[in-house]
Design a protein around this ligand. Structure first.
Ligand SMILES: Cc1cc2nc3c(=O)[nH]c(=O)nc-3n(C[C@H](O)[C@H](O)[C@H](O)COP(=O)(O)OP(=O)(O)OC[C@H]3O[C@@H](n4cnc5c(N)ncnc54)[C@H](O)[C@@H]3O)c2cc1C
Length: 209
């Protein structure tokens, strides 16, 4: 879920109260709740809220974006706290001071953060459709003899269906994210407005499968 949908841009305590209502329900069914990461304007507040929720004993974890320069330090801190992290490249247009502006740098940072999460993280999740990043994770996990049940790949419903099945057949855990309900269209528009590459990405994915 996205914390701005729970009031993050209005009031941090309101957002935390709303999140706790959801986490209480999730706890009843022993469910883990992933909190998405939004633009860099919300990074610290999101990490603070997830840390407060973890401290309160809920099964909840944040997302780290490899496009952000701060992410290496964030991963170190989250590893120390034993947080369950999802790693992604980042879907938001960010100011160059805060983010890498070259695709190559975002990819290199993804690989470095993936290795750090496999070294010291707890059940990390690697959200990507990029074969090179997936290959790097598999290589690092094999080098470290990390069991396949100790990490997972995540992709979006509708993209790279064949690849999910291949990974699952090879014994990897794969989780597919499904936007559902009546508000999927505004969600889709928002993703496109955030960054025009998102539209191209979805169209490419739909055509290539
Ligand atoms: C489960 C999940 C959760 C996410 N959560 C967040 C979040 O909380 N916050 C956030 O900012 N972003 C999130 N994202 C979005 C993410 O940050 C990226 O914007 C998005 O996933 C695109 O990056 P990529 O790593 O998939 O690969 P890209 O860099 O877009 O693509 C790299 C390469 O992958 C290959 N590829 C990609 N798609 C295909 C395809 N369909 N067929 C063949 N090859 C393909 C191509 O070679 C392509 O050049 C999430 C993504 C996923 C999958």
């Amino acid at each position: 879920m996205k914390l701005t949908q729970l009031g993050l841009s209005l009031d941090q305590q309101l957002c935390l109260d709303n999140l706790f209502l959801i986490l209480e329900e999730a706890k009843k069914t022993k469910n883990f709740v992933r909190v998405d990461m939004e633009s860099s304007a919300y990074t610290q507040r999101t990490l603070d809220i997830v840390a407060a929720a973890s401290k309160a004993g809920f099964q909840v974890g944040p997302v780290i974006q490899s496009c952000l320069r701060r992410s290496q330090k964030d991963v170190e801190d989250l590893n120390r706290l034993g947080s369950r992290v999802r790693l992604c490249k980042g879907a938001y247009k960010e100011p160059p001071g805060l983010a890498f502006d070259q695709r190559r740098e975002v990819d290199e940072n993804y690989d470095a953060l993936a290795a750090a999460l496999l070294d010291g993280g707890r059940e990390p999740a690697f959200a990507t459709h990029d074969d090179r990043r997936i290959a790097h994770v598999i290589h690092c996990a094999a080098e470290r003899k990390t069991a396949r049940g100790q990490f997972e790949f995540q992709m979006l419903y509708g993209l790279r269906r064949r690849r999910w099945r291949e990974l699952a057949r090879e014994g990897h855990q794969v989780r597919i994210y499904v936007p559902y309900g009546t508000h999927w269209l505004p969600y889709f528009y928002r993703r496109i407005r955030e960054r025009k590459e998102n539209a191209l990405f979805v169209l490419k994915g739909m055509l290539s499968d």
